[in-house]
Design a binder for this molecule. Sequence first.
Ligand code: TRP
Length: 336
Amino acid sequence: MDDKKQKRILTGDRPTGKLHLGHYVGSLKNRVKLQHEYDTFLIIADVQALTTNFENPEKLSEDVREVAKDYLAVGIDPEIATIFVQSMVPEIAELTVFYSMIVTVNQLQHNPTIKSEAAQYGYSDLTYGFLGYPVSQAADITFCKADLVPVGGDQLPHVEQTRRIVRKFNQLYAPVFPEPEALIGDFPRLVGLDGKNKMSKSLGNAIFLADSADEVAQKINQAVTDPARIRKDDPGHPEVCTVFEYHKAFNEEEVPEIEEACRAGTIGCVACKKNLANKINALLDPIRERRARYEENPALIDEILLAGTKKAREIGKETLEEVREAMHLNYFEKIT
Ligand code: TRP
């Protein structure tokens, strides 16, 4: 591949704990593939995590490493992808301040994701940082001049906000930034074990990538199935069954036969769940193996994060020089 022409992608996560199967099907699996096609930057957005978690910053150092470990365990290759920590790249914070001059409060207040998250957390009087995190996210995306942002649909308003900032910046000062585009995966949200909500750590309905084979089997056993199936040979309704949803996500090949057998009442829920747990465990086994290697050598995780963060800072410094020049803020020689 011609490196010079390789487009850059930037995406990432807030470190709020272990990642789960919902993250895997919704983004991680795709990122493992994309890293071979694009110059990939993965941000562990610890400052953004503070927007909702400012009372417990002491948990971040563990959560940052947990996310890094999950990335590496699923197969993100630190030789080709750059994993870095947001708060350790001060150029992102600097850029956030400059951008905050050209974003209006009104735009932020109308951001649908901000609105729904504020409702979800029960916030009425928003902090400046929470209302403004899309501005900081614009800085995440642009400090390295990313071309593409692989995200789920809920992040679209933030990418749109970023494009708006970029257009305004380029038009006011100088054409420094490419207008980034969202790369939306067509992955439906994975339902949680309760069968009601999307899989989420805070709702306690998640299977984590770090779960053991036994934990997976146990959780699948408790997953909500078709309430109409009381006896093994009662005809089932796969369309209302969580386990069937998971077969669609993790055992695609067998979906037609499982559907038929369930409707005919020739396969029981216990066997169906066992089959599913085996399939999920087969997916997780290589992930567990890679995780174990990093757990044996935790210093390696820090080394990878440090190297990625240093690289991100170098790029950030170059971008900020251009930004200062464009804004006529380069008054004198660089102070080092
Ligand atoms: N807001 C994203 C989330 O909650 C995380 C994130 C932070 C991000 N900065 C980003 C995603 C930049 C894409 C690009 O999942």
